[in-house]
Design a protein around this ligand. Structure first.
Ligand code: 5GP
Length: 130
């Protein structure tokens, strides 16, 4: 069965899309740790990030860097934090989270609840910087 991220990539489930290329897709995390929390996902359905082929892994990391640069311009922050968990969704992905302090990357924190309008606005702001 297709993963939830494959269904998002295929347009079967809506998302706040940020960017896409031939091999990769980026969209806002639905339960963000911070405004501008993005997930960067390879289109190929591989569970574990470090099981990706060299080509797909490299492509994903280069794509993540592009998105992270745009994210930092769109959402002012000290750094863009990078995390790989995969505890919930068995489809490799990288979390990009705008950081102003170490605690901003604490996944145990309560998640933000943003309105659909705000989510759309943030996704568009990042997309415009790409
Ligand atoms: P992980 O697998 O890295 O532990 O967590 C998966 C992440 O994907 C979580 O932060 C969760 O909020 C996000 N997520 C799970 N399902 C969806 C979804 O349907 N849409 C979006 N945009 N994010 C999701």
């Amino acid at each position: 069965m297709a993963t939830i991220f494959s269904r998002i990539i295929n347009g079967e489930i809506p998302c706040y899309k940020v960017a896409e290329d031939e091999k990769n897709f980026a969209f806002l995390d639905i339960n963000p740790l911070a405004e501008g929390h993005v997930l960067v996902v390879p289109k190929t359905e591989t569970d574990y990030l470090f099981d990706l082929s060299d080509e797909d892994y490299t492509s994903l990391q280069l794509f993540a860097r592009k998105v992270a640069k745009a994210l930092r311009e769109a959402v002012p922050c000290k750094r863009v934090g990078v995390a790989v968990l995969g505890m919930e969704v068995p489809h490799a992905h990288i979390h990009l989270v705008p950081l102003n302090s170490e605690s901003d990357l604490d996944f145990r924190k309560p998640k933000l609840q943003l309105t659909p309008d705000r989510m759309k606005q943030i996704a568009n702001l990042i997309a415009e910087k790409l």
